[in-house]
Design a protein around this ligand. Structure first.
Ligand SMILES: Cc1cc2nc3c(=O)[nH]c(=O)nc-3n(C[C@H](O)[C@H](O)[C@H](O)COP(=O)(O)OP(=O)(O)OC[C@H]3O[C@@H](n4cnc5c(N)ncnc54)[C@H](O)[C@@H]3O)c2cc1C
Length: 338
């Protein structure tokens, strides 16, 4: 077995049967027809993946690099290969005076993973800029392209988590970024900025994130552990009845988005610790690997504790945002408990 501890930012001490690095797309041919979800998993920088158990298959890491900017009169068309680091890509765009992705600065991970859960932060989602996604199809070995509408982007969601889960290996992402820049400063502290430049927004985002989120290189974590739940009106009304200040945002389809971190905090779980895993004491949405030697079993127990406590108090189901890998491939915690 080979250690994957340093291949995922939560840094659980897990192993995989084999770890390989793909330098050229043609090397993916050996996986064609074998995308069954348990023989291998494709991994970027492991910032949204946790190896809860020793994985009995192969961890496939891509090393596909390259980036280019083309332009028309009105837009930039920017392409990044899958293994480009996301934050460095945002910095490179700023240096080239291409503005629009600055709100997404400092999100860990790769360009290739960015469409998968439609990364978002500070009022911007990457879907707002994605023009097309190229992928290697593991069912037949062909290269295919999806335009934005075909990716079915949603909140932390896309076709790559559904119909194309396990069968699409993203190789390149192209972004369409209008030359007319419109700053997005609607979110929290960004609203304090007066006539900011893209660099001002970038700096502010970097500083807020640095002060609020634990740095995975210092304290193992996978960012927001749970998705913000979307609920029906009756559940939202019940919460407001008891907490007039509850952060609740109406969605376009007449539902209500709640803040998962707020719910966890209101359950008194901030700082809760078990088996070396803790709910972060500054940001309840983040679970951290405090001891550095914690086991997957302890993490499963903390996930269930958080989910059950929130459900008992608010009748709200929290889903994990993080992708959990068990011995036979991706699992949900419910499966992990069986
Ligand atoms: C401290 C911290 C803060 C974070 N903040 C945010 C935030 O603000 N907003 C946000 O949206 N997310 C955030 N995240 C989550 C994470 O950064 C994103 O989900 C990121 O896109 C994951 O990239 P990755 O390369 O690390 O993906 P990985 O964890 O390596 O992979 C994620 C999933 O995508 C699959 N995958 C990866 N690359 C490919 C590919 N090329 N082709 C096909 N499948 C692939 C993997 O199999 C896995 O299922 C945060 C994470 C951390 C640790």
């Amino acid at each position: 077995m080979n250690s994957v501890q340093n291949l995922h930012t939560f840094k659980l001490k897990s192993n995989a049967k084999k770890i390989s690095i793909i330098e050229d797309v043609t090397e993916l041919n050996r996986f064609v027809g074998k995308a069954n979800g348990y023989d291998f998993v494709v991994l970027g920088e492991g910032s949204n993946t946790i190896f809860l158990e020793d994985f009995s298959g192969e961890v496939v890491r891509l090393n596909l690099k390259g980036k280019a900017i083309k332009e028309t009169e009105t837009d930039y068309f920017v392409t990044g290969a899958a293994s480009e680091n996301w934050h460095n890509f945002v910095v490179w765009l700023l240096e080239n005076e291409v503005y629009g992705l600055e709100n997404l600065a400092l999100i860990p991970g790769t360009v290739g993973a960015s469409p998968i859960q439609n990364i978002g932060a500070y009022g911007v989602e990457v879907k707002d800029f994605i023009f097309k996604v190229e992928y290697f199809d593991l069912t037949d070995g062909s290269t295919k392209t999806l335009v934005n509408e075909e990716c079915f982007f949603g909140y932390r969601d896309s076709v790559f988590k559904h119909n194309l889960k396990s069968t699409a290996v993203i190789t390149n992402v192209t972004f369409k970024i209008p030359k007319t820049w419109v700053p997005v400063c609607t979110y929290g502290e960004l609203a304090q900025l007066k006539s900011p430049s893209a660099k001002d927004i970038f700096d502010k985002v970097v500083s807020i994130r640095g002060s609020k989120l634990p740095d995975p290189s210092v304290l193992g974590n996978a960012g927001s552990f749970f998705k913000n739940p979307i609920v029906e009106r009756n559940i939202a009304d019940e919460i407001v009845k008891h907490y007039a200040d509850a952060p609740i945002y109406p969605t376009l389809d007449n539902k209500f988005k709640l803040a998962a971190g707020w719910l966890i905090d209101k359950c008194g779980l901030k700082g809760f610790e078990h088996g070396g895993i803790a709910v972060h004491d500054k940001q309840a949405l983040v679970l951290v690997n405090k001891s550095g030697v914690a086991q997957g079993k302890a993490l499963k127990e903390v996930i269930l504790k958080v989910q059950n406590t929130v459900f008992e108090k608010f009748s709200v189901v929290l889903e994990t945002e993080v992708r959990l890998i068990g011995s036979q491939g991706e699992i949900s915690v419910e499966n992990a408990e069986q």
